[in-house]
Design a binder for this molecule. Structure first.
Ligand code: SF4
Length: 427
């Protein structure tokens, strides 16, 4: 069959899309970018917020109408896991609904032409799959799946199951293959990557082993971390390794202790700030980012101000800011009073305006600095190449004389918050 895959959501979903592509290819199917000629269309969905879910479901109808003949429509990902069978009743266009841990069943289901939902959890066996990677010179390696934290606003533990870490030797084998294949960057993935543990290997140990294997041929990043599981050991490994990127995504979610407790985050504002201070002490040029929720149920104006002041105090390079979104099954649904949606949006825009100002100021601080960027591919504008710093900042090179995977020393000559311009020092 000629298949087309569309992916929404986090990097875990992006890599699951690459795994799905590998499963289809191994079963003799062809995966194409052009939906017009597709005989089967796969939508890998995200359920983290209502908007993400609605948008992905909307695409199903749109994509089903693109090819001349209606393709087999397959809904995958977290929305598939969340709603399962119900989706087949709700969306007549759908033929298959398959959760993130059941992609290995897809070739057989396509053959049998059954209309069914498969949402077994924790049973995935993707170790045998060769992912079809789409992001050269960057690559993803999943080290663990699932989450046991049950933060009260979050649907991930319900749709991704309990935490399970892959054996370190299998992760290292995958990393070795990527380094040999010339990838310039590896991102270790997990919903809660720093709670990785397998036999006696914890995450700092795993990171050290991956860094040693990657050597000076490949950079190493990882995402997403839970502040409670951020240890001195992990920060020391990062600080002591030249090829481990000085970038850390540390979701705070709120600046208020009472709200953090209601979110079941497992740390206080003071504890969180101590972890930030530890990172900044060991890596003064660390590029920090976070996630923050505005309008969590019961959040008072004072408590919201605590989130505003946390952004001011930490001065993150970037922040992913969201308004609270009700998710099925989550404990926060029973927390009251709800903050009206209009007020959630008002608070969100206050956070966005503040963070946009901080992001701009932080990005201007690196003007005139020299750093080495990894060329990742053509930029959006013609005649330009895109590249990334160790801190994962986007740097545009005003030249096509570079190839993806090349490391180029540059001086930053311009910055506007999310985009920077670099002058190659070699030309
Ligand atoms: S740690 Fe992250 S993925 Fe896990 S429940 Fe909390 S927010 Fe969700």
């Amino acid at each position: 069959m000629i298949c087309h895959i569309e992916v929404y959501g986090c990097q875990m979903n992006v890599h699951d899309g690459e795994i799905l592509s590998g499963i289809l290819k191994a079963a003799g199917h062809i995966v194409v970018k052009n939906a017009k000629i597709a005989e089967a269309v796969f939508v890998v969905t995200c359920a983290v917020r209502e908007h993400a879910e609605t948008r992905a479901l909307g695409r199903v109808t749109h994509l089903a109408g693109i090819p001349k003949q209606k393709p087999v429509m397959v809904l995958c990902g977290c929305v598939a896991q969340e709603h399962g069978e119900k989706l087949l009743k709700k969306i007549k266009l759908l033929d298959l609904v398959v959760g993130p841990d059941s992609y290995h069943t897809i070739p057989e289901l396509l053959q049998e032409r059954r209309r069914i939902a498969v949402t077994d959890q924790g049973s995935e066996d993707y170790e045998q799959v060769t992912a079809v990677r789409e992001q050269f010179p960057r690559s993803f390696v999943t080290v663990m799946r699932g989450c046991n934290n049950f933060c009260t606003y979050c649907i991930v533990p319900y749709v991704r199951g309990r935490e399970r870490s892959r054996p370190a030797e299998l992760i290292l084998k995958e990393v070795e293959g990527l380094v040999e294949a010339g990838y310039g960057e590896i991102t270790l993935l997990g919903q809660n990557v720093n709670s990785y543990t397998h036999d006696s290997v914890n995450f700092p140990k795993l990171l050290e082993m991956v860094s040693t294997l990657a050597g000076n041929r490949c950079r190493v990043r990882f995402v997403t971390s839970h502040p409670r599981d951020l240890t001195d050991e992990l920060a020391s490994v990062m600080a002591s390794r030249d090829n481990v990127c000085n970038q850390f995504h540390l979701p705070a979610q709120s600046g208020s202790d009472r709200v953090l407790k209601a979110m079941r985050r497992g740390y206080t504002r003071k504890g969180y700030l101590e972890k930030v201070a530890m990172l900044k002490k060991l890596m003064p040029d660390i590029v920090l980012s976070t996630d923050m929720i505005a309008g969590f149920p019961g959040e008072t104006l004072e408590e919201f101000e605590d989130s505003v002041s946390l952004l001011k105090e930490v001065r993150y390079d970037y922040a992913f800011l969201f308004r609270y979104s009700e998710r099925e099954e989550t404990a926060a649904l029973n927390i009251s009073p709800a903050v009206p949606v209009k007020e959630r949006l008002r608070r969100l825009s206050i956070l966005q305006d503040l963070q946009a100002k901080i992001t701009l100021e932080k990005s201007k601080e690196i003007i005139d600095r020299e750093m080495t960027v990894l060329v990742t591919g053509p930029a959006r504008r013609t005649g330009q190449m895109a590249s990334r710093t160790m801190g994962n900042r986007l740097v545009i090179l005003e030249s096509l004389d570079f190839t993806p995977g090349e490391l180029v020393p540059v001086r930053i000559v311009k910055a506007d918050g999310y985009t920077h311009f670099g002058k190659p020092l070699t030309i």
